[in-house]
Design a binder for this molecule. Structure first.
Ligand code: HEM
Length: 252
């Protein structure tokens, strides 16, 4: 991945510049080498703009996009502004990246550790009483519901206690290896978790439940795949971090 920054100083009609880029952007939208792009206007210095384009790689940009069919149409739209370019360079992203706290994490939205522990306590009551999956959990550690709450907390943006105290992803993976979970068992696990979520009044707004279900579907399908005989999952990986996806929480 490489990020291209192009800084413009437009001396005249900025509306025409923005319109030209609106047309040029249609070519970026169609380019498989383009991850995303954004044109920003400077609020302190009218006429100064920065275009950020993330490319799959510098080579893909130079050889793929510039050497490809879309470039002539793109260039035709922005050619009048080439002389207004003050900087045009590729930058490599560093490890310093993240998000702020303007959007609450799913962990906070759910109600934190207390809410997740309420969820898993009720869930495993339903699980052990269930004729299809109860037998799988016949010998489970009494701390199991709290440990799964810890895992979910970490996945949804809360404290990293499963990693710090319980061995993180490799330990969680180890609990599922060789279990031979079947699809009906996976589906029952999901159904019971959703029943428990309703019973303990986990937030039921569309955004939270959609994102929550997204993780549960992903996680249970991986648990099933990794539990099969001969499965070769990665032995080491970080605990996944699940976010809101395309529908962030509705805050009124
Ligand atoms: C999102 C999906 C899942 C998550 C987050 C999850 C989470 C976990 C965690 C964190 C543990 C280890 C608990 C500890 O550290 O004590 C565990 C163990 C286990 N899980 Fe899952 N799991 C998932 C799906 C499933 C499914 C679908 C099944 C079977 C239907 C299953 C069956 C088990 C079993 C049998 C154990 C070991 C229980 C024991 O201690 O005897 N898991 N799971």
């Amino acid at each position: 991945m490489t990020v291209e920054y192009i800084r413009y100083r437009i001396p005249g009609d900025t509306a025409a510049f923005e319109q030209a880029y609106t047309r040029a952007a249609r070519f970026l939208t169609r380019a498989p080498q383009c991850v995303d792009y954004e044109l920003s206007r400077c609020t302190d210095e009218p006429g100064t703009y920065i275009l950020r384009i993330t490319w799959t790689s510098a080579d893909d940009h130079i050889k793929g996009f510039r050497g490809g069919d879309l470039f002539p149409g793109f260039l035709a739209e922005i050619r009048p502004y080439v002389s207004a370019i003050e900087e045009m360079r590729h930058y490599e992203p560093t490890a310093v990246t993240g998000t702020g706290a303007s959007i609450p994490s799913m962990y906070e939205w759910a109600g934190g550790t207390e809410a997740l522990e309420r969820l898993t306590a009720r869930f495993y009551e339903l699980v052990v009483a269930d004729e299809l999956i109860g037998p799988l959990f016949a010998h489970m550690d009494p701390g199991h519901p709290r440990h799964v709450a810890m895992w979910l907390a970490e996945v949804f943006g809360g404290p990293s206690r499963y990693t710090d105290e319980r061995g993180g992803y490799p330990a969680m993976l180890g609990h599922h290896l060789g279990k031979g979970i079947t699809e009906p068992q996976r589906r029952r696990w999901v159904n019971l978790l959703l029943d428990a979520a309703d019973e303990v009044s986990l937030p039921d707004d569309p955004e939270f439940r959609a994102a929550f279900m997204g993780y549960i579907e992903w996680g249970t399908r991986l648990a099933l795949a990794n539990s099969q005989p001969g499965a070769t999952p990665p032995r080491r990986a970080p605990v996944p971090h699940w976010g809101w996806g395309v529908a962030p929480p509705y805050q009124g």
